[in-house]
Design a protein around this ligand. Structure first.
Ligand code: ATP
Length: 436
């Protein structure tokens, strides 16, 4: 079995479409730049990613509550957060071919990468928020925005959550939800999209503990990526230099992944101080301070944020798990997904439809118990294996003529392709052991 792990973005995009992970939005109408639809297999993988993230937070043993904020949000939030004024990227156009670029993405002393001419416009600032209007009357009060991050709905609900749940500082509020950014140049497939999902957690703590919690959360979040099977040598934590820090942050570290197009941010972890709560106090006129019974004084909690994009993580997982080897002179593609992330944990394959009954029975039972298993009875066994390899199914159980005699099946491993014989009533235990 010769190894050849050369993954490219083109190969991933093709696999995603072919197997139903991701489709271009409105494909039949030519698509829309920077937005994508998730197909049936992608939906399963995303669900597993979200569950893994939730579980990793719960496993800390900390108090972490979950919420879901609205996507449409009033202007006041973004005035207070600073996004109205500052959430912008520098933009430049080539006056010759009209191509548009993020000015910090290209070297303006060089010609346009698209047409080869050097004829740039002035660099202008472009606000990335999608503006909309709610209700029939178009006036200043009807202006709203699609949220560019999920974090602010956590901050504006901080007191609601505290008052309606018996929870004490320190605690976290976590959220999974859509965010929208009118990126100047969406690119690299799911890496930079205009509509995407974030998994964010805001950790509220006493000011003097924020630095330590920042370090703790950096460690927890880095460990998460090893837990879901990402190669440790392709993950690193990178602390921001002073001049990179956002105005609100005293410390930020990015979890970066080594994509084929370089080391890039996968998750941001920031010590945001009390910037957000203080600004919302100032702009809303509401008191968001917390009273400390022990010291008989009030304080505004400090916040450590962890923020990862579900779609960017999805892309990372695909890159990391994509594998090619040569089997019997042909290229075999497989996704070496962690068993807990794989859309299907196992496929059930009768050698012939005529002898399928016992296998069908156990497949049905496992489905009822909630296992994500697939039944695959069409095509040659070789073709079925390739299909399952490509969608990352860790185990295939085949039932053959011998099985009729000895009530056992062949189980085949996706990564090693090793096969062993086990009794039918060991199948569930085998799957459980694989799931870990
Ligand atoms: P970048 O520098 O890549 O634009 P950012 O620093 O603006 O990212 P944050 O605001 O920190 O990103 O967002 C947190 C996370 O949300 C990112 O680490 C990333 O995983 C995800 N994310 C941000 N923007 C996008 C996007 N346009 N498409 C997909 N995921 C995104």
């Amino acid at each position: 079995m010769a190894e050849q792990t050369s993954v490219t973005l083109e190969k991933l995009v093709a696999l995603c479409k072919r197997r139903g992970f991701v489709y271009q939005t409105a494909d039949i109408y030519g698509g829309l730049n920077g937005v994508y639809d998730t197909g049936p297999l992608g939906t399963l993988l995303k669900r597993n990613l979200r569950n893994a993230w939730i579980k990793s937070l719960e496993a800390t043993g900390y108090d972490i509550l979950f919420m879901e904020g609205s996507v449409i949000t009033p202007e006041a939030i973004w005035e207070a957060s600073g996004h109205l004024e500052g959430f912008q990227d520098p933009m430049v156009d080539c006056t010759f071919c009209k191509h548009r670029y993020r000015a910090d993405d290209i070297d303006l002393s060089k010609p346009c990468p698209h047409c080869g001419n050097t004829a740039w416009t002035e660099v202008r600032q472009f606000n990335l928020m999608f503006k909309t209007q709610v209700g029939a009357a178009a006036d200043a009060t009807s202006v709203a925005y699609l949220r560019p991050e999920t974090a602010q709905s956590i901050f504006v609900n901080f007191k609601n959550v505290m008052n309606s749940n018996r929870v004490k500082i320190p605690f976290g509020i976590a959220q999974i939800g859509k965010a929208f950014r009118n990126e100047i140049t969406p690119k690299q497939f799911l890496f930079r999209m205009r509509e995407f999902e974030q998994m964010e957690m805001e950790w509220f703590c006493r000011p003097e503990t924020a630095e330590e919690f920042f370090r703790i959360w950096c460690a927890i979040r880095k460990a998460f990526y090893a837990d879901i099977g990402i190669a440790p040598e392709r993950i690193r934590l990178r602390a921001h230099e002073k001049d990179e820090l956002s105005h609100y942050s005293s410390e930020t570290s990015d979890v970066e992944y080594q994509f084929p197009f370089g080391w890039k941010e996968l998750e941001g972890i920031a010590n945001r101080g009390n910037f957000d709560l203080s600004r919302h106090m100032e702009f809303s006129g509401k008191d968001l301070a917390v009273y400390d019974d022990d010291t008989k004084s009030a304080f505004v909690p400090h916040v450590v944020e962890t923020s990862v994009g579900t779609d960017r993580l999805f892309l990372t997982i695909l890159f990391d798990s994509y594998h090619e080897d040569t089997v019997e002179g042909e290229t075999r593609t497989s996704l070496r997904l962690h068993p807990r992330l794989a859309p299907y944990i196992a496929a059930f394959m009768p050698l012939s439809k005529k002898i399928a009954a016992p296998l069908e029975k156990i497949y049905g039972e496992l489905r009822q118990k909630g296992y994500m298993v697939q039944y695959d009875d069409s095509g040659s066994i070789g073709k079925r294996y390739r299909r399952q390899d490509e969608i990352g199914t860790p185990l295939c159980f085949t039932y053959d003529f011998e099985s009729e005699q000895d009530s056992s099946v062949t189980v085949r491993n996706r990564d090693t392709m090793a096969q062993e014989r086990i009794s039918i009533d060991q199948i569930e235990a085998y799957i459980k052991k694989t799931l870990g």
